[in-house]
Design a protein around this ligand. Sequence first.
Ligand code: C2E
Ligand code: CA
Ligand code: CA
Ligand code: CA
Length: 277
Amino acid sequence: AKRQGRNHFHFYSADISDRFHESVTLRNQLQHVLEQGALTLYYQPIVRAHDHAVVGVEALLRWQREDGSFVPPSEFIPIAEDTGQIIPISSWVLHQACVDGIKLQKFGELSVAVNLSARQFSRANFIDSLSHTLNLTGFSSRLLHIELTESVLMEDTNRAFQQLQKLRDRHFVISLDDFGTGFSSLGYLKTLPVDILKIDRGFIQDVTENDDDAAITRSIITLAKQLNLKVIAEGVETPEQAKFVEDAGVHYIQGYYFARPMPLEQLLDFLAENKVS
Ligand code: C2E
Ligand code: CA
Ligand code: CA
Ligand code: CA
């Protein structure tokens, strides 16, 4: 029912017919992206706060059309979720991220973070297929960071807890993505088996001008530390924002200030030229 609700919201929003046709077209084109090799992964470096050494990367999906234009993931991932195409796409993402992750290891013990959709996370055989991918590729579960949003976990809390616990047992690292945007109670952090909080870009954007954003950012970092979690600030674009989150005690930073998402080839050059932990 929830999924349908989202569709309806799309259909009845401001520019109804445009959006509708656009989404039907995307839906049709999406059917062939995997066979066409139109999907690629970009990688954005994540650096350690105190010395700016690269500690890992986040894999971000890119869909390039034949005319060279990119369809933003924020547009096609919700559609792929609705149609179920997210399942084969996500399997491809996980496999590719592990294959590429192996190539990064010559620079250091670099982690690779992948984003997981709700649909994928709730699948019964998800964890087995994940283990299978690691066996095939030889990538280590300790270096594979699974990024989940609060909304993914809230859909079916009990099941989510079980799945998280299984991932934990197999030494995967779990990050709570877009932290602070989910309107959920902080109490559950106490029992939730997660390792890392990623402060949402929305708080970082104006952190040096907006006192509320500054207070929220500081509080998240303090809270996380007391719960023994690591914190990543994402969306850091300026030296002032980097300094702010560093002074507030953040562990890791990700954002355009350090590096934009880039194709693997470019990442390999980047790692050759920059300090790696
Ligand atoms: P996200 O997981 O929150 O990813 C971070 C987004 O912020 C990325 O957008 C990244 O390019 C962007 N970003 C990073 N640093 C900066 C910065 O300093 N400034 C600004 N303005 N933006 C920054 P992107 O690549 O467009 O991805 C958007 C969303 O699409 C992701 O948000 C994630 O929710 C989803 N997504 C991307 N790849 C995948 C995937 O493989 N699977 C799934 N399920 N979702 C994905
Ligand atoms: Ca993410
Ligand atoms: Ca995020
Ligand atoms: Ca986000």
